[in-house]
Design a protein around this ligand. Structure first.
Ligand code: HEM
Length: 412
């Protein structure tokens, strides 16, 4: 076991055992000896099917083709020094490589008298295209005493018109986004990452989500949100480096190749939407529901023309439509959102459902500019309420031999 692993993991295993030492545990269960753990925890380490590489210029989960499910968690840190944080991110790097390989986070060993080093609910499952993305917020810098290295652009988001934020879904110091094609794989990843850092971090809020994943001719189609419209059509092209540089990734400083992530938990008033005529729904976005094409056009990726006219010279698209306003902001960002459904709002008896809106951008100003345009006048506002919010700096990608956040933490 490395020093870093010793630092957190060892202490936690004892805590997990709920006793002062492993010997006591053996005594308390009355079970002696051990059966080889591999008989019970066999997982084919060579099973690297559906694996996404952890290492790369950028972290995974940003330009990665969207998977079917997400588990997004926001953590607060307890009192931690920079060196504690560095150790934790080193350990998370190591764990993430294993998790994304579809492996256990650690060798299981053969001692059945100790809690298992991996919680085990992915036994028999492959990597399922798991991606893991780590981000840190303005309060993280404050708490660790790193304010002088906080990029100027990383600030709490301003208050926007119509925001109704709930503290239970707002703020936090660190975010971890797990996306994969199996919700159990996501949960396992997050659970084990938190488990090993327990005592150092606490959970603040989390949100699981899903999308209408569909593959056609080897390409993933634009998913639909719970208003049934295609969501993601107007994203920057992920195949053009110029677009990645222009809209998504930070270009200089220690955070180069990182990206700012805005997370908004947006409740969607499905009952109101379902009482609205299809024509009005389409006018709300400025696009057709079925094809996703701009109004007045035929295909999803046809150019959106906010001034397109009918044969009498009347405007076909309203200026307050969601897409017209986004276009008028003259900027863009990468949306990689997931729908959520969290049961029923006990006060209203309606669905508690909506969109975990996630956008990646090289400057939070891109989000602010678009949201300010939409804030008061967007036709969509009648059907949505922003309930939760977070801003994070997703760390640069990691090369083999490096660890998450190295360009920031290696100064200490
Ligand atoms: C529940 C809330 C939201 C829903 C249901 C929603 C839905 C949609 C839909 C259906 C489109 C058209 C297709 C597409 O290009 O993806 C769209 C476009 C867009 N939305 Fe949203 N959206 C929501 C919130 C937001 C927020 C908070 C922002 C940013 C502040 C945003 C920014 C954009 C942008 C930039 C576009 C692309 C416009 C273009 O074509 O250039 N959306 N949205």
């Amino acid at each position: 076991m490395s020093n870093e692993e010793n630092y957190i993991a060892r202490r936690d295993f004892l805590k997990l055992a709920g006793v002062g030492g492993a010997g006591l545990l053996i005594g308390s269960t009355g079970v002696g000896g051990s059966i080889l753990a591999s008989q019970y925890f066999a997982k084919d380490k060579k099973n690297v099917k559906n694996k996404i590489n952890f290492y790369g210029k950028y972290q995974s989960g940003i330009t990665t083709d969207a998977q079917k499910h997400i588990y997004f968690v926001v953590l607060t840190i307890n009192k931690m020094s920079v060196s504690d944080v560095k150790k934790m991110f080193k350990l998370w790097t190591n764990y993430s490589v294993h998790l994304m390989n579809g492996e256990f986070v650690k060798e299981l060993g053969d001692n059945k008298m100790l809690p298992s080093p991996d919680t085990g609910e992915t036994i028999g499952l492959d990597a399922n295209r798991l991606s893991l993305t780590f981000g840190i917020s303005p309060s993280f810098f404050e708490k660790v005493g790193l304010n002088k290295h906080k990029p100027e652009l990383l600030k709490d988001l301003p208050h926007f018109p119509k925001d109704q934020l709930d503290d239970a879904y707002t703020g936090g110091d660190i975010c971890i986004q797990a996306c994969s094609d199996d919700p159990q794989v996501n949960f396992h990843a997050i659970r084990n990452l938190i488990r090993v850092a327990k005592g150092e971090v606490s959970m603040k809020w989390s949100q699981a989500g899903f999308n209408s994943y569909k593959e056609k001719d080897g390409k993933i189609e634009t998913p639909r949100n719970l208003f049934s419209f295609k969501d993601g059509t107007g994203n920057p092209s992920l195949h053009k480096q110029s677009e990645l540089d222009k809209y998504i990734f930070i270009q200089d400083g220690w955070a180069k190749n990182g990206s700012y992530l805005v997370a908004r938990r947006i409740q969607m008033l499905l009952e109101t939407w379902d009482r609205t005529a299809l024509e009005e729904q389409e006018a709300t976005f400025g696009r057709y529901r079925h094809s996703g094409a701009p109004i007045g056009k035929e295909k999803e990726f046809d150019t959106f023309d906010p001034n397109v006219k009918d044969k009498n010279g009347e405007n076909l698209i309203e200026k307050e439509s969601h897409v017209s306003l986004a276009k008028a902001s003259k900027t863009n960002l990468l949306r990689r959102s997931y729908s959520y459904s969290d049961g029923i709002n006990s006060q209203t008896g309606t669905f508690d459902a909506g969109l975990l809106f996630l956008s990646f951008q090289k400057s939070p100003e891109q989000f602010n500019k678009i949201q300010n345009k939409m804030g008061a006048v967007d036709k969509l506002n009648e059907y949505i309420t922003h309930r939760g919010s977070g801003i994070f700096l997703c760390l640069p990608g990691v090369q083999e031999g490096e660890y998450l956040g190295e360009t920031l933490f290696n100064r200490f």
